[in-house]
Design a protein around this ligand. Structure first.
Ligand code: 13P
Length: 294
């Protein structure tokens, strides 16, 4: 089973692969434990900051080790690589999927660099995700309304998306339909009419960034309309921080790993809820995978 098979199946059967950011061991364990408990396939991903913090090769090695330890179908995604060099480094380190976010570059430059990484990645049977309109915000808690971040972007135009996908040959397109990175004072409003039009216009897979803080009903509808991959970071970060703040109130404990289980459990609960919502729970069961491969 490859990430490509999973995205195709997810799209065909109207469920989505969860892509969860991991910047440390506890978050990684939480994601693997959730995926293992629910027999869900999963993408582990690292943003540029997270990648620099852990190191590409270290993260690759950890994901490989945890795949074995937990028996999980897990794939590694480079999230929002900002330059061709970062994307190439990810490819060199063995990331299974590369998201090159050149959305803030002029269109021609976006196409040039994205196409270049697609050619390199496809030679190694890896996947590339492209981004056309910048998805605003940051993976944090924001006191503002989502409209504040949404003002910084335009929704993906279906015709432009079709030309972009044809010119770059990306496997996946990150859509901009009102989704924003982070958790805001209110959930964002998604443009489902636009999503439907994008789905009809392009042949590649569609990915939804900013998976935190979106209403459950809206996530379900986005999946029904063709979203096959959903990125989640902020809700994991917030669960981690809140649980850690509670855990370090015990003044006597100095063995770090001993106060981490409740932190891991808090992040795991968030991941399990998302895997259930995305419909990917149970999709990695051996019988199911066998049936789907034929
Ligand atoms: P959130 O922080 O809103 O979950 O978004 C994460 C993301 O899209 C990473 O690419």
């Amino acid at each position: 089973m490859t990430a490509s098979h999973l995205l195709t199946l997810a799209e065909r059967e109207h469920w989505a692969l969860g892509a969860f950011n991991a910047a440390n061991l506890e978050t990684l364990q939480a994601i693997f434990q959730a995926a293992s408990a629910l027999a869900a396939p999963v993408l582990i991903e690292s943003s540029p900051g997270e990648t620099a913090f852990v190191g590409e090769t270290a993260l690759r090695a950890l994901v490989d080790a945890y795949r074995e330890r937990y028996g999980v179908h897990a794939y590694l995604n480079l999230d929002h690589a900002e330059t061709l060099e970062q994307a190439e480094r990810g490819l060199g380190a063995g990331y299974d999927l590369i998201h090159l976010d050149a959305s803030e570059q002029p269109y021609a430059e976006n196409v040039r660099v994205t196409r270049s990484i697609v050619e390199a990645a496809h030679r190694q049977h890896r996947l590339v995700e492209g981004e056309l309109e910048h998805i605003p915000g940051s993976s944090s808690r924001h006191a503002a309304l989502p409209a504040t971040a949404q003002r910084q972007t335009t929704h993906t135009d279906p015709d432009r998306a079709e030309s972009y996908v044809r010119a770059t040959n990306v496997d996946t397109l990150a859509v901009s339909i009102g989704n924003v990175h982070g958790v805001y004072a209110q959930p964002p409003t998604l443009n489902f009419e636009r999503l439907h039009a994008i789905r009809s216009a392009v042949r590649c897979h569609l990915s939804l960034h900013g998976g935190s803080g979106i209403r459950d009903a809206d996530i379900r509808q986005a999946i029904q309309l063709g979203i096959a991959k959903i990125n989640v970071n902020s809700e994991l970060r917030l669960a981690y921080l809140e649980a850690l703040q509670r855990a370090v109130k015990k003044p006597k404990e100095v063995a770090v790993y001993k106060f981490m289980p409740p932190v891991i459990a808090a992040v795991q609960r968030v991941v399990e809820a998302k895997l259930t919502l995305f419909g990917s729970a149970g999709k990695a069961k051996r019988t199911w995978v066998k049936r789907m491969i034929g």
